[in-house]
Every structure is written in C-alpha cells, then in structure tokens.
Design a binder for this molecule. Structure first.
Ligand code: ARG
Length: 565
C-alpha cells in the first residue's frame, strides 16, 4: 500500500512510470528519516544534476495534502500523514484482500514422499513441513495447488522384501513394528545373499512377478505398503498435514513403457554395460539410467513418467519437487531428459532443495527402522512445552492441547525459520525458548494480543460506551511504535509473494517474528487499554490486526496459535 501511495505522490515530480517508481522506492534505514525513500541516482542523467541536487529540487517543489517530502543527500524521504493514511491502512487490512497472483495457475507440489518399508527420515520430515507451508502459501495467493505424496513404493527392493518375507517373515513382529521388522528382513536378505546366490535370483523373480501383476506378489506388496502407511499417517496426523493425492511410484508402473518407447524412437537411448541410458555429456552430467541391466525400470524412469503424467493428465502448469539437496543431480538429469524429449514445459519443473537437519549437533540415524526416533523428538518437544506451561501458567485450561501446539509448533517453526537450503542444527531447547526467535515466542505474542483484547472488551463494557467497538479512533495516538507496527502489517502481501517467488517459507517465518517483535514494542511503549475511548479504540484495533496477522502467518506455516498460553 505504502509503495503505491508513495509512487502516486511522486509521479508528478519525476519522469517515471508508476511501476518503475514502485520498483525504485525503498524503506529508509531508520524510521526517523521517513516512511519511504526515493533514491535519485537514476535522475542524474535526466536532470543533468547531481542526485543530491535533484533530491533537493524535488523536495522543494513537492506539495501534497498528506505527504511530506524532505531531501536527505541523494534521497527524497517521504513521510505520510498518520491519521489520514493510518485509517486507510486499517480499512484495507480489515478487508484482508490478497493479490491474485496465481490467477488459477496449477501447481503440483511433490512433498514428503517417504519410502515404504523404510524409516520416515528427517529429509521426509523437512519435505513434509516445507511442502505443507508452500502449499498454503500458493493457495492463499490464488494458485490452484495440488499436493502429491510420491511414495517410494516400487523398485527391485520390493523383490528382496518379498523374498526375505517368504523365508523368514513373522507376521506378529511385522504388525508390532512394521518398519523395524521390514528393515530387519531387508538387512538379513543382504547378509544371507552374500553366501547364497539363489536369494538374489528369488528377489529378481519376485520383482518381475510384481511388475507383471502376479496376485501373490501384489498381495504381499500391498501388505507392506499398508503397514508402512499406518506408521507414516501417525506422523502426518501429528503434524496436521494431509495430501490431495497419495500416488506412489507404483502408480506409474504402466506409464513407463511409452516413455521408454519414445526415448527409443527419438534415438536418445544408448546402451551402456547392458543397461539403457540417456547420455548427458554435453550438459556436463553423468548419463541418466533408464533401464537397468536386468531389464527393470529405475527411479529416474519413474520420475519421467510421473512428470509427464502431472503435466498431461493433472494439467500442471508448474511442478515443484520438495526434495533434499542430495537429489539435485537426479532432478537436473530428469528435467534435462524431458527437455531433450521436446517437452518445453520442462522449464516449469523446479526442484526445491533443502539442507540436512541435525538434532543437537548430531546427524540423527534412523537405523534399524527407528522411525520412532522422530516421533520421540515430537514427544520430547511436547513434554518440554508442558513443563514450561506448568511452570508459567499451571492453571491454564486445556493444557494438553496447548502443549501439543507449542511443542509441535516449535519444531515446525524451528525448521521453517531457516533459509531452506541451509543445514539446520536443531536444538529443542533453543526451539522452545519463549524469548528467542521461535514458534513459542510468536505464539506467546499472539496469546498476548488476545488477552489484551479480552481486557479491552471488558473495559468497553464497563463504561457502557455507545461507540462501536471497532471504531477506528485517533491514529496519532498509536505513537511511533504503533505506526511502525501498522506499516509492517500492510506489507504481508508483498512478503507472501516474495516467499512464493523463492519457494521460501522462511520469508514468512521471519515476517511473523518481525510482527511479534513490533507488537511487543508497541505493547511495552503504549498503554493499550486506556480510559480514554478514542485512544483505546485505535490501540485495540491495531492489537486486533496484529493478532490476526500473526495467526494467519503461523497457520500458513502449519503452526497453531492457541488463544491462551
Ligand atoms: N522417495 C524418495 C526418497 O526418499 C523421494 C521422492 C521424491 N520425489 C520424486 N518425485 N522423486 O528419496
């Protein structure tokens, strides 16, 4: 809003279009200087004057009923009339209008995507949290978003899994700890296969049967999928994440042949050591493996079929893949092969990579199917949150729910506040610090806005005021801290779009921290629930808007904001 207004006010004094102006405008380094600054360097040529002189000329000539201009070196600093613009800002904020940047563009987000019969790893956790946040962000900006959990439920390892199960499987153990037991079977397979050639052959036979739709193979495979899904769903429930589609790699089983044919027809497939590959030497990449020596398909083959399906059948305009940085090369290869096949839409495929996450400085090993390791982290976070609540506010109603929201929220926020490609060194203690840059800090601030509003409502009632409780009141009464907060609240749409442009939820996590900090400054500086009606109305109104902004932003990130803490 401010940029728009600043551009409108400046338009008469500089030979630039409004749009160009908007791009040049800046927020001054200190709010003492003004609300918006226009740097005059670009005018030096046109005015044949030093930028300093150009700034002075503009400031001297400037007249506007509600905007004041002042030259400071090469900048023109603009200051807005707080009462006039403050009201406009509050009205716009109330409407909560959002840019329709998406305009119906369809975005398919590949997220979470754990592997059946393997542990749900930290990478899958990060993919789930980052993917869910991106999903919400795109949706709010008017995109038509679809999330897909691309389960790793296909591949030769399922042949091994079945072969091992047939020899040593134990249903009771499997139902008790499906992933642990599956992994044990898998490990045992490899141990015994070292001395027993028949095992590998058995596994190959089973996978071939599976690919051919053999009933027994299918049944066993479905059983593995089912027990693993049960485990994964527990995680999803706790994170409060769901998917529009759960379409594993197996879904593309019958969609790969046409891809392989087409690669062949286009002369892109070459033999290499008995396998079929697409050479990518010109791009400085190793070849992309399409058909293994034993004639079976592989991960990239399935991703080719998947991308084509998402584009052709799901009608995706953009394809996002929220997958760890270690798969960068894989996606480069897949996208390049698509381009080679003449699919120019390959340019709308984006790998959204993220870094490793360590817990308390340690790389967490999910060895031997200990998916529970991750669940334990969640449990621990909730338990610690509960301990803090018991200390701070032991009589709080609904403590369990609040502890859950705070503990899980601390983990989600502790991840999302980081630039996603960075390695995250996660410490539960830091993530739960109510005074740090944390989820609980933002949640606590939100709860503070709600308790101020409750007090405000009580005060209004006590005085039997006739004015509507949402009357705007007097803006100048907000003080500098209130004015800064109000300005910050208005830039939410820009932050949302920036987060989308970079596929970066941290933009919004940082924004939530800024708003929380700014509200706390306002809260500490100004008495909000004053006796004087118009002062109180304005301040309560601002408090309400800050609370709404905090809860909306946190919700986008997948973090709940309890009213009381
Ligand atoms: N299941 C894979 C893994 O755990 C991730 C899949 C990512 N998505 C994709 N379309 N390749 O490594």
């Amino acid at each position: 809003m401010l940029y728009q207004w600043a551009a409108e006010a400046m338009k008469a004094y500089v030979p630039l279009e409004e749009k160009q102006l908007m791009e040049l405008l800046e927020v001054p380094p200190s709010s003492n200087l003004g609300d918006i600054a226009f740097p005059c360097f670009i005018l030096a040529k046109q005015f044949r004057k030093a930028p300093q002189a150009a700034a002075k000329d503009i400031a001297d000539a400037f007249t506007h009923p509600y905007v004041h201009a002042e030259a400071a070196g090469p900048y023109v600093n603009l200051r807005f009339d707080r009462d006039y613009y403050g009201r406009l800002m509050m009205e716009e904020l109330d409407q909560g209008s959002m840019p329709d940047a998406g305009n119906g563009i369809k975005v398919v987000i590949d997220m979470s995507s754990p592997n059946i019969a393997k542990p749900f790893g930290i990478g899958h956790l990060r993919s789930t949290m980052i993917g869910a946040a991106l999903y919400n962000m795109y949706k709010l900006a008017g995109y038509d978003v679809v999330s897909v959990n691309h389960l790793g439920d296909w591949g030769t390892q399922f042949g091994k899994q079945i072969a091992a199960y047939k020899r040593w499987g134990d249903d009771t153990a499997l139902s008790l700890d499906p992933i642990g037991e599956s992994l044990q079977l898998y490990v045992r397979f490899h141990e015994e296969a070292a001395n027993d050639d028949t095992l590998e052959q058995e596994a190959r036979d089973w996978f071939r049967k599976l690919e051919a739709g053999d009933e027994e193979a299918r049944k066993l495979w479905a059983y593995f999928v089912e027990v693993s899904m049960k485990e994964f769903n527990r995680m999803y429930q706790r994170l409060n994440v769901s998917f529009d589609h759960t379409l594993g790699e197996s879904f593309y089983n019958d969609k790969m042949q046409p891809v392989v044919e087409s690669l062949k027809e286009q002369g892109l497939l070459e033999e290499s050591d008995g396998a079929l590959v697409v050479r990518l030497d010109d791009e400085g990449m190793p070849p992309c493996l399409i058909i293994k020596k034993d004639g079976t398909t592989i991960y990239p083959t399935r991703d080719l079929a998947t991308a084509i399906y998402r584009h052709d059948v799901m009608k995706a305009d953009r394809l996002l893949y929220v997958v760890g940085s270690e798969q960068r090369l894989h996606f480069q290869q897949v996208f390049t092969v698509l381009r080679r096949m003449g699919m120019d839409w390959a340019d709308s495929c984006t790998h959204v990579p993220f870094g490793l996450m360590k817990f308390e400085g340690k790389k967490m090993s999910t060895r031997r199917g200990k998916i529970v390791v991750l669940e334990k982290v969640l449990d621990e976070a909730v338990a610690r949150a509960m301990a803090i609540i018991n200390e701070k506010n032991p009589d709080l109603e609904g403590k369990e729910e609040v502890a859950n929201a705070v503990g899980i929220g601390a983990i989600i926020f502790g991840d999302l506040k980081n630039n996603r490609v960075n390695e995250v060194n996660f410490s539960l203690e830091d993530a739960l610090n109510f005074d740090g840059e944390t989820g609980p800090y933002v949640q606590y601030t939100y709860a503070r806005t709600q308790s101020v509003l409750t007090k405000g409502a009580a005060a209004v009632e006590a005085t039997h005021e006739v004015a509507a409780p949402d009357a705007i009141g007097e803006m100048n009464i907000l003080g500098d801290s209130g004015w800064e907060l109000l300005k910050l609240l208005t830039i939410f749409p820009e932050q949302l779009l920036r987060g989308i442009r970079h596929n970066e939820p941290s933009v919004l996590a940082r924004y939530a921290l800024d708003v929380a900090q700014s509200f706390n400054q306002f809260y500490n500086k100004e008495r909000i629930v004053t006796d004087e009606q118009s002062t109180r109305s304005a301040r309560l109104r601002l408090t309400h808007l800050a609370g709404a902004s905090l809860s909306r932003t946190m919700k986008l990130l997948g973090v709940q904001t309890p009213d009381r803490m």
